[in-house]
Design a protein around this ligand. Sequence first.
Ligand SMILES: C[S@@+](CC[C@H](N)C(=O)[O-])C[C@H]1O[C@@H](n2cnc3c(N)ncnc32)[C@H](O)[C@@H]1O
Length: 394
Amino acid sequence: MLTQTTVGQAAEYFQLLSLEASCDQQEFWDYLILHHDEKAYEFQELVSTVSKENQRIVYPTKNQDLQFSLDVAKMLADFYLHYCTWVSEASYHPKRILDIGCDNGILTCFYAFLYPEAEVVGIDKTKDGIRIASELATRLGLTNITFQQMDYRNIRRLYPSDSFDMITSVRVFHEIIGTLPVPLYWSLEEFLRTSPLSSDYRYLEIIEELLTEDGVYLSTERLESPAALGLWSNMLEAVDLSIDWESSSFIEFHETGVRQKAPIVVATQSNRGKPTMEGITQLYLRNVENKAIGSFSSVAAELMFHQQEPKQFQTGRLLKFHDHWYQIRYEIWSTDTAILVYGCGNMGYRKLEILPLAETEKAYLIVEELFGQYSEQAAVGSYTSLEEREELSD
Ligand SMILES: C[S@@+](CC[C@H](N)C(=O)[O-])C[C@H]1O[C@@H](n2cnc3c(N)ncnc32)[C@H](O)[C@@H]1O
């Protein structure tokens, strides 16, 4: 439950900026065109075609002037509000804050507003972002903030080790190290245990070096699946930062009316962090009712299935869809107290039914029914051991 004061601080800040979320895409573009005419058309044209070149010029186009930059941010204003509310509620007391990839400074200025006793530094590689961010700080009368144009990868030239006790990055690292690659996989646990890290994880070493021993690194990156979040956790671990899974959380918000969810990942230098799979399970199942008997879907189904130990495989059926790589397995497993029907696809589909042992017959009927709905679109097979399953899946 949020207290009045903390909700108030984020809401008050966005009132100061007169920044309100657009609830609908059309409304967003109509507003932008009405108030900014040519700039709005230019920006619309740019974001409607995804290309490397457009990506490069999107920031200078968006950051032509402060009001245009703030009006474009209406698209993300609900995200900003939820993120800032979470930060203020978390009750940190930082003295020196670094915001990596600060862009127009909306979040950086919020930190300076929220922590008036702290010194805040925002860095970004784009000149226009830094110019607009400085204008925003001036408009808000903030004196505890500075902005510097620089590539994050060169920041160690300016700041010695242990310079900051709070470091933040919001939607930035996909631009520095690329989107984390998540191929088709059957088991999240196996994927995270066996996936090698790309050497780019070394850029996170900079954060570990800049962070004080008791400091905190808050990242809200584009980690849209548990596998991407797991890779991020493995990368942090590889540079001796570990996720505090209990403090980490999801925020829910909308982007022009479309519901979204993003993790706020809290990492520290402490090596008391849980192994990635355990942490992910804790985070994703936090609000899922822990039913001994019941149905689960999506990520919760896989994590609940993983938790049922010890379990014995009984039997399985495989669908290999014609003309593409998709495969689905429907399997029956048993534990001492329950019978499990687990549906699992290599494209991410997951479904779990946990039934009382006495309902074994029902479990077989469920498999028949699930299997039957696709069997005409796929080659089919059955297996009675996990070795046989491997041979069939190839
Ligand atoms: C999607 S924006 C996010 C901006 C801001 N954090 C927010 O959420 O409003 C990503 C920002 O990261 C900056 N950026 C990308 N690579 C960078 C690098 N190597 N060094 C510094 N900034 C970088 C971009 O210029 C851009 O302003």
